[in-house]
Design a protein around this ligand. Structure first.
Ligand SMILES: Cc1cc2nc3c(=O)[nH]c(=O)nc-3n(C[C@H](O)[C@H](O)[C@H](O)COP(=O)(O)OP(=O)(O)OC[C@H]3O[C@@H](n4cnc5c(N)ncnc54)[C@H](O)[C@@H]3O)c2cc1C
Length: 160
């Protein structure tokens, strides 16, 4: 990654996190989250660039800082195959909801054989929103499949 710089754009708003990618002297990488990221996706590249330049000038104290030459950005919220970035526990939700997402179908106790298994970061109660959570959830479901074929199998889990 690089050196993180936290710039609070607005006290009531999300943080914009800016860092220098490894070995880069000409590129800045920024992250924005929450409602502001959804709003950002409604703006044109020119508007985002202008706004970013203002933020950078404010946090560096250099009113004449040149604007970045170009910008490349994701629009994960509006992209039809992502619709966001990764899961979080919303106000009013609990880890139990995550466990529910991880439950295979048909439900436990049903006579039919397992048909659909769910893995992915959003199904890991402890490490949701992370790559290792996604990996552990995959191992968990692989164990479930192995146990289905061989109930005596020695499995290394649970993948907490
Ligand atoms: C900007 C950013 C920074 C991050 N930084 C970190 C970090 O530093 N450390 C960390 O541990 N984690 C980080 N994460 C989170 C990590 O990347 C995710 O938690 C992880 O990739 C989730 O893996 P997954 O397999 O559960 O889901 P994904 O990687 O989201 O895979 C889901 C796949 O399903 C596909 N898909 C969706 N809908 C459909 C459909 N209808 N049909 C077919 N395919 C579909 C998607 O295109 C995607 O390829 C970061 C994520 C983001 C966005």
């Amino acid at each position: 990654m690089g050196i993180p710089v936290l710039c609070t754009v607005d006290p009531a708003a999300s943080c914009l996190r800016v860092c220098l990618p490894h070995r880069s002297v000409h590129i800045l990488c920024g992250f924005i989250a929450g409602l502001e990221s959804e709003f950002m996706e409604t703006l044109s590249d020119e508007e985002v660039l202008l706004s970013l330049t203002q933020v950078l000038r404010r946090v560096t104290g250099n009113a004449r800082l040149p604007a970045p030459r170009s910008m490349l950005r994701s629009c994960w919220y509006s992209a039809p195959y992502t619709r966001g970035s990764y899961s979080y526990v919303a106000v009013g939700s609990t880890g139990d909801d995550i466990d529910l997402l991880a439950q295979p179908l048909p439900e436990e106790g049903a006579k039919a054989q397992l048909q659909i298994l769910f893995a992915g970061e959003a199904t890991h109660r402890t490490f949701y929103s992370t790559t290792h959570g996604a990996l552990l959830s995959g191992w968990r479901e692989a164990d479930r499949l192995i146990a289905l074929q061989d109930p005596q199998a020695q499995l290394p889990g649970p993948w907490l």
